[in-house]
Design a binder for this molecule. Structure first.
Ligand code: KG4
Ligand code: ZN
Length: 334
């Protein structure tokens, strides 16, 4: 079955075609993303109104490109999976309305997908992973630990109490004048820095060892950058010290969760999973305990539609479909 995935929950409009015969197993035929970073950069963050307006312009061309790259036409598509939340409601509506229109015109099934479920199942696009497995979803909007018991069965073990890790990267990047989004820019700067020269405090949530908190690190960085500590300190060192603190604060609870659940496999996913330092440090720490880390390629870590198609595919294969009146839900939970 060929499945068309459509994603427009934030500032990227994406479409993908995957081919699947068995739940949880698929090959990606195409994955196209229209990135809006240039549009939002000058505002230092995503402007919702601009994001949805641009989705209106790009969504159909992106779908056409995905079909062309997959070497198929709309008539070959057996079902549509589309993000229905969480996200910016104006952005979500563009992809959802487009998907509904196509499903209605083609007479095929549509399923609404939770964006977080997309990130959770993204590792399955390239790897066979036996369930249950542990997953750390770490993105601009989310930092959460889940046990993926099976497709469609998720148990949350921990979450951030304030900022998401990606948000912390973006806010600190903004303070450092590195532009938006800032995760990649901080990583590049950090590569040339010495992480030992700057001491960034690590935060823990008292009584909740599997939860995260990043607002303190962000404030500590703001104080350092504003005050004298930054004078004479290289920006590269500040970036390296900050990145190491964030990585430590992600690795600690994740390994604690792996021990608690006895998980041998840890999936690392979401935009911040593109960070090489996080990938390496988590993999090394897990290996010391005989555990394996599986992370998607960089293009499937950040927002994409192949992961949405994967998250909708097992339901479409079972013959499930949502009614055409499904709505976007900005605060949809898993
Ligand atoms: O998953 P994603 O594309 O969108 C959300 O669902 O949020 O994640 C975007 C987030 C941004 O905060 C961005 O700064 C961060 O992922 N990010 C990174 C890196 N690449 C993207 N953070 C750290 N290091 C990176 N290399
Ligand atoms: Zn995302």
């Amino acid at each position: 079955m060929l499945i068309l995935g459509i994603e427009s929950s934030c500032d990227d409009a994406a479409a993908a075609v995957i081919e699947t015969r068995e739940p949880g197993l698929a090959s990606v035929r195409s994955s196209v993303i229209a990135n809006q970073d240039e549009i939002h950069r000058r505002y230092g963050g995503v402007v919702p109104e601009l994001a949805s307006r641009n989705h209106v312009i790009t969504i159909l061309p992106v779908i056409e490109q995905a079909l062309e790259a997959a070497g198929c036409g709309l008539g070959d598509i057996g079902g549509i999976a589309v993000t229905r939340g969480p996200g910016l409601v104006g952005s979500l509506l563009v992809g959802l309305m487009c998907a509904k229109g196509l499903a209605q015109a083609l007479g095929i099934a549509i399923v609404g997908v939770n964006h977080i479920e997309g990130h959770l199942l993204a590792p399955l696009l390239e790897h066979r992973i036996a369930r249950p497995f542990l997953a750390l979803v770490v993105s601009g909007g989310h930092t959460e630990l889940f046990v993926v018991e099976d497709l469609g069965r998720y148990r949350r073990l921990g979450r951030t109490r304030d900022d998401a890790a990606g948000e912390a990267f973006d806010k600190v990047a903004k303070l450092m004048g590195l532009g938006y989004p800032g995760g990649k820019a901080i990583e590049e700067l950090a590569r040339r820095g010495n992480r030992k020269r700057v001491r960034v405090p690590r935060a823990r949530v008292r009584g909740a060892p599997l939860d995260f908190s990043f607002s303190g690190v962000k404030t500590a960085m703001a104080t350092m950058l504003r005050g004298g500590a930054a004078a004479g300190t290289l920006r590269e060192d500040l970036a390296a010290g900050f990145q190491e603190a964030v990585v430590d604060m992600l690795v600690g609870p994740t390994l604690a969760a792996a021990r608690e659940t006895g998980a041998d496999v840890i999936a690392l996913t979401g935009g911040v999973a593109a960070n090489l330092s996080l990938r390496e440090r988590l993999a090394a720490a897990a290996a010391e305990e005989g555990r394996t880390v599986v992370a998607p390629s960089l293009k499937f870590c950040t927002d994409n539609a192949a992961m949405i198609a994967m998250a909708g595919s097992y339901r479409l294969l079972r013959g499930e479909r949502d009614a055409l009146n499904i709505d976007a839900q900005a605060d949809l939970s898993l």
